[in-house]
Design a binder for this molecule. Structure first.
Ligand code: COA
Length: 252
């Protein structure tokens, strides 16, 4: 299994892969693109535009997993990790807007074209305080014919390493299928993307908001011993004092 940076030359193959992987997805598939079966090329074009627009964003890390078959390389999975330094509002808006061609996208339902931006205002409070700096898994897709072979986990672990290196947490909004993968990679659910009165995603399946906060703050192996020594010194002094005071009281 190889993992490498996604390049300009990969975009077409990755866009096709995303369209296959998202065919049954509740948000990007069913809700945002109800006509994807009648207009499959427009559906692929949605991903193509989104990826090309985001590919050179320096806050993002686009990676692919590949398998080699004889001399041919096959892209099996794709992830777009986004570094957020001050919450999500800005980055998500850019990401969801990536596709000015949405007016000509015949696969899409125009009423839901900006649904991610609208839902975002209900949940952005999760990405504040100590969680404002985060590596967000903005996109994760594994080709249906290569699923359950560990590619998804590999793409997730790559981002966890990025977060660890930067000393930040990692976060994700999970699809129904993604949820178990994230939990198995150490993410913990904190809320739902569908929360809030009037949230346009209210009835959507999936949508758990998860954080992995172990990444940036690993305790070094020496620390627990240091803490134990301090605790022992404190207890030892306290016990000695109690013994001395008791002895004085008993002798008087
Ligand atoms: C979610 C997705 C990325 C998982 O990719 P994958 O390469 O199949 O995942 P892995 O093989 O690395 O699976 C790792 C673990 O995740 C869990 N998991 C993954 N897919 C699962 C599924 N369909 N049902 C139940 N558990 C699943 C399992 O615990 C699995 O471990 P196991 O195979 O040893 O039981 C892939 O199914 C996909 O692209 N789905 C469509 C798009 C999508 O929902 N993307 C996530 C957006 S947030």
């Amino acid at each position: 299994m190889t993992i490498r940076q996604c390049t300009e030359g990969d975009i077409e193959a990755v866009a096709q892969l995303c369209a296959r992987a998202c065919s049954d997805d509740a948000l990007i598939g069913h809700l945002m693109h109800p006509h994807r079966k009648e207009y499959p090329d427009d559906f692929v074009q949605y991903f193509y535009s989104r990826i090309s627009r985001n590919l050179h964003d320096s806050a993002r890390c686009h990676i692919v997993t590949v398998e080699s078959k004889e001399t041919q390389e096959i892209i099996t999975g794709y992830a777009d990790w986004l570094r957020c330094d001050d919450g999500l509002e800005g980055p998500l808006r850019v990401s969801a807007n990536a596709g000015q061609e949405r007016l000509q996208n015949r696969a899409a339902n125009p009423a839901f074209a900006d649904v991610i931006e609208r839902a975002e205002s209900y949940t952005k409070h999760y990405w504040t305080g100590s969680r404002a700096r985060t590596w967000l898994l903005d996109f994760l897709m594994v080709d249906p014919c290569h699923q359950r072979k560990g590619f998804g986990r590999q793409l997730v672990n790559f981002g966890l390493e990025l977060a660890k290196r930067d000393g930040t947490c990692a976060s994700v909004i999970a699809s129904e299928t993604g949820y178990l993968l994230y939990v198995s990679c150490g993410f913990k659910p904190v809320g739902w993307m569908q929360e809030g009165e009037g949230n346009p995603l209210r009835d959507l399946p999936g949508g758990q908001i998860l954080f992995n906060e172990d990444t940036g703050r690993r305790i070094s192996p020496k620390r627990p011993i240091w803490y134990l020594q301090l605790l022992w010194t404190f207890l030892h002094q306290w016990l000695s004092t109690v013994v001395v005071v008791t002895a004085v009281i008993v002798s008087t």
